[in-house]
Write a protein that binds this ligand. Structure first.
Ligand code: HEM
Length: 490
């Protein structure tokens, strides 16, 4: 036994020595690998910096080949921008969302760039978005074609048309949409998205809530998801689904257009499609069917996230600020005072909703529904002594302008009163709706819709948040698990 034990101990010691050697070898190997990896990484970072080194470019770093600094940008969001601004100044280069990009955080310059798009700048939205939205989508065109498409759009959603055609339909739609919420637990994020889609379908092509709207709704959701995905066209990817959804939407819209052309009675519908088909207006600048389809898709797309998110966030802020809610309710009850429950809101009522408008502007500012806009250079352009090469993106990053304490004292507080009687809305540094030749043509329609929602919502209901759900502010404003409210009659 003793012998066996001794042998065993001896053998064990031998194995132990071999084991340590093995561990040592593995450690060395790992160290070697780490060193090679570090060498490769440093080399790649350096190579990427050199690749984009060009005289006159603003300072900044380009990150990894292909991916650039996208991961840091998406993860850190606004602090990524603020850190770079602290290190490099208001204008710096980076590589984000697949492109070499110059980020501009200079208020003056941002405002000027939006006002003077023609001078070497065009919209710079991602390829996945342009492919899914179609080649006639307004963000894909510039110059005289942009002017023509924009002017037909303005003919559909200008304040005059809202007053004469849309307001009454929005009223009908909101009454119906906001009935029967008493006692319900509602995901207001989901509901406000649905609200925009159903209303858009009604205003655009007179489509009422039903089978067709449901079919279109699910395809539109897929299309929207596809526009914010990487352009990998394989079955199962969001991009692929978005392209497929586009095809289905086109087929549905084309059949509606065909039907309209066959019918005689369509002159009486007075919706956007009638105007686009030139059936109720004598418009010389008629669009082709392909252009009409892309215009409709653009209209649905443009209002979707902006209107629904602003509505959701206004509900959130009103919940958190009872004094604001009280004043808003007073405004709306005052409007209802001389009306029966059947009477609709008319243009004068809408125009009298001054505090409501202030609530909407303050929501847009504090939540920063729009962080900025993207442009692409069509030639080398000079910005503050730096040169941005042709083909680069410029991120006109306007987020921080919303928190400027000189323009908005106590910028982090929700105070709609700051918008009353001060003409802040037309200030050149309030860029929630963009500016210049691409100033949002749907601004008034968006505000009218949110105002009408708030009118029926606050006069009919009170609500409590349930669950205190998480809200993300970047890269988009969203409640990843929904924003649930318990609603009861007021
Ligand atoms: C709260 C609501 C809204 C906000 C905050 C908003 C914001 C913006 C911004 C910032 C731009 C400028 C984009 C750029 O310069 O690249 C823009 C453009 C645009 N918006 Fe809106 N928008 C809203 C509602 C709507 C609605 C309801 C529609 C249509 C029904 C609409 C249609 C458009 C279109 C077509 C453009 C492109 C204009 C052009 O390129 O000439 N928007 N919007």
């Amino acid at each position: 036994m003793q012998c066996v034990t001794q042998r065993g101990q001896r053998t064990g010691r031998k194995r132990g020595g071999g084991g340590w050697k093995m561990v040592g070898f593995l450690l060395l190997l790992l160290l070697g690998l780490a060193f090679v990896l570090l060498f490769i990484c440093t080399g790649l970072l350096k190579w990427n910096e050199l690749r984009y080194r060009k005289k006159g470019l603003p300072p900044g770093t380009m990150g990894w080949p292909v991916f650039g600094e996208t991961t840091e940008f998406m993860k850190q969001g606004p602090s990524f921008m603020k850190n770079r601004r602290a290190r490099y100044g208001f204008l710096f280069k980076s590589h984000i969302l697949g492109c070499p990009t110059v980020v501009c955080m200079d208020p003056e310059l941002n405002s000027n760039m939006l006002m003077n798009e023609g001078k070497g700048l065009v919209p710079g939205y991602p390829q996945s978005m342009l492919n899914i939205m179609g080649k006639w989508n307004i963000a894909a065109v510039s110059g005289s074609l942009h002017k023509a498409i924009r002017s037909s759009m303005l003919g559909l959603i200008s304040p005059t048309v809202i007053r004469s055609q849309h307001l009454s339909k929005i009223d009908e739609n909101m009454r119906y949409f906001l009935c029967d919420w008493n006692g319900k637990l509602i995901d207001i994020q989901e509901k406000t998205k649905e609200m925009w889609l159903l209303l858009a379908l009604k205003l655009i092509a007179g489509i009422e809530t039903g089978t067709l709207s449901e079919a279109l709704k699910s395809e539109i959701y897929k299309l929207l998801k596809g526009t914010i995905s990487l352009p990998f066209n394989f079955p199962g990817t969001n991009y692929h689904n978005g392209l497929q959804a586009r095809k289905k939407i086109i087929t549905i819209l084309q059949s509606i257009i065909k039907e309209r052309r066959r019918e005689d009675c369509c002159r009486t519908r007075g919706d956007m499609l009638d105007s686009l088909l030139g059936l109720d207006v004598d418009d010389e600048a008629k669009l082709s069917d392909e252009q009409i389809v892309d215009t409709i898709i653009t209209l649905v797309y443009s209002g979707f996230e902006t209107v629904s998110t602003t509505t959701m966030m206004s509900v959130k802020y009103l919940h958190d600020h009872p004094k604001v809610l009280e004043e808003l309710r007073e405004e709306h009850f005052e409007i209802r005072r001389n009306k029966s429950s059947e009477d609709k809101i008319d243009w004068n009522d809408y125009k009298s909703m001054k505090f409501t408008r202030a609530v909407i502007c303050e929501t847009l500012r504090l939540a920063t529904v729009v962080n900025g806009v993207l442009r692409k250079t069509t030639q080398d352009i000079e910005l503050k002594g730096f040169v941005v090469p042709k083909g680069w993106k410029i991120y006109v990053y306007t987020r921080e302008m919303n928190y400027d304490p000189f323009m908005y004292p106590e910028p982090l507080s929700f105070s709609p009163w700051r918008w009353m009687n001060k003409n802040l809305e037309s200030n050149q540094f309030f860029l929630a709706f963009g500016g210049g030749g691409r100033l949002c043509p749907g601004k008034e329609l968006g505000i009218a819709e949110i105002s009408m929602f708030l009118h029926y919502f606050v006069t009919r209901y009170r609500w409590e948040e349930v669950g205190g759900e998480k809200l993300l502010k970047f890269p988009r404003v969203e409640a990843p698990n929904g924003l649930h409210i318990r609603v009861s009659d007021y």
